[in-house]
Design a protein around this ligand. Sequence first.
Ligand code: ISJ
Length: 241
Amino acid sequence: MEKIKISAVSYTNTKPFIYGIQHSPVLEQIDLSLDIPSDCAKKLIENQVDVGLIPVAAIPFVPNAEIISSFCIGSVGAVNSVFIFSDVAVNEIKTVKLDPQSRTSNNLAKVLLKNHFKVEVAFTTDQTANTDAIVLIGDRTFGRKEDFNFVCDMGEEWMKFTGLPFMYAAWVANKPLHESFLADFDKALALGIQNIPTVIEQLPPITGIDISDYLHDKLNFELTVEKIKAKDLFLKYIAEL
Ligand SMILES: C=C(O[C@@H]1C=C(C(=O)O)C=C[C@H]1O)C(=O)O
């Protein structure tokens, strides 16, 4: 039987899901690759894979996109790995360098700066540019908060702006898949979330972040009705940018 090709995020935030997949029988049905989020999206959009843990901002670009799991990468308030870092206060930001690995958080920065902070800002993807602020996500943010005068946690600011939690990435398919596979896959993800203490024990030493606090209390993996509401609202704001 042909394996189901899956692209998942290569960051620490996805380790519980990987643990669950690797400790479940569904592993035998899967060809798993770990990629930066922007590549997870690219692979799913270009049909190089059947399922991706992809940035929610990329969902509208996936033909026949369907969210297939009751789990996601989310937060209820602060997430501690999705930031706008700057040395000037947010109302003084004029230029922002975007993170080439991100699709969701780059758009979240645009949405929040326009609608929440109400500042007009120029964005660049040129990584050599000198800007007032940068968007940075994932493991590369660990230990970086001390390097900047101003630290804006976008999960926290989204909550202040909308009163809602946030969904950064979702498990999305680009074609119909067997019900039995989907049930087994979701069970595998659930197993990973139930075993976060073991996942933490097995991680190599990580500095610059309290990894237990991050995986237990900042990240929030259940795909709730409120998070779907947040995703729909976020996509609406993106369409209005
Ligand atoms: C919480 C995070 O969520 C992520 C942010 C993403 C994005 O900005 O496109 C995509 C996938 C997730 O890894 C993070 O990476 O820190």
